[in-house]
Ligand binder design. Structure first.
Ligand code: MN
Length: 251
């Protein structure tokens, strides 16, 4: 029998926004019911639809999610956030408010004895040169300081415009361009000497298994939470399995 209390849970791409109340409610239910039984909780990016700086906590919706996360931490469950492309500006104030630890992208952890690389996944979408150019720029200290120096409403407006532009650009790109590049992933397995990778971003939940340099390697891609039914990966000493939330919704 599996003891749910010992599982470490991974989720990503919640894209929480007041505009999708069903998804937010489902996540809050997860935080109240499922997360407190976990050994640890890892959120691998895009917790929020947009996070333009930690003063975004001023939005009651954001502060409410942070408070719900902190309740999980109060249960003694370590909560980690590895920021994604939507919330890469998550900083120490959010970490404090939500009782979580921020992680670098990527980060290697020892998961019940298996070296496992955690990432958002966008860094491996190397076929999308346009996106990678933006990603590189957004990681520069000067760009960040300049952006964070703008008033909050202006930053929201810029983020909205960027999202709209990205949606338009996506419509004109071949689907494979928006997926991870197999060679970039193989290189990550090699460079970090891991046999397991867990990531999100592509919204293409799957389990991939392949042999790299004679080693058996597994890659778990996490589902998004756009709809009221989300999902997460639960790992323990016996391995990992994908679970849906709320339970019993199939999918
Ligand atoms: Mn993403």
């Amino acid at each position: 029998m599996r003891d749910v209390a010992t599982a470490t849970l991974f989720l990503s791409d919640l894209h929480l926004t007041p505009e999708r109340p069903g998804a937010a409610e489902s996540f809050r239910f997860f935080l109240a019911q499922r997360a407190p039984t976990a050994a640890a909780l890892y959120i691998l990016g895009d917790l929020f639809e947009a996070w333009v700086g930690d003063d975004d906590l001023a939005l009651p919706f954001h502060a409410g999610i942070a408070a719900d996360l902190k309740r999980v931490a109060h249960h003694g469950v370590p909560v980690h956030l590895l920021p994604g492309n939507r919330d890469f500006l998550a900083g120490p104030d959010l970490a404090r408010a939500a009782g979580l630890t921020l992680m670098e992208d990527p980060t290697c952890i020892h998961l019940y004895g298996t070296p496992t690389l955690l990432a958002h996944g966008d860094a491996w979408c190397t076929d999308d040169a346009q996106y990678q150019a933006f990603r590189a720029q957004a990681r520069e200290a000067d760009w960040r300081a300049g952006f964070l120096g703008k008033p909050l409403p202006e930053r929201h407006a810029i983020a909205t415009a960027l999202r709209e532009r990205s949606e338009q650009a996506k419509a004109g790109k071949r689907p494979e361009i928006m997926d991870v590049n197999p060679e970039a992933v193989a290189e990550a397995f090699r460079a970090h000497a891991v046999s397991r990778i867990i990531h999100g971003h592509t919204h293409r939940p799957a389990f991939h298994s392949r042999i790299i340099d004679g080693r058996s390697c597994e890659r778990w891609v996490l589902p998004d939470w756009y709809e009221a039914t989300g999902g997460y990966l639960a790992c323990d000493a016996s391995g990992c399995r994908m679970e849906t939330w709320p339970p019993g919704n199939g999918g």
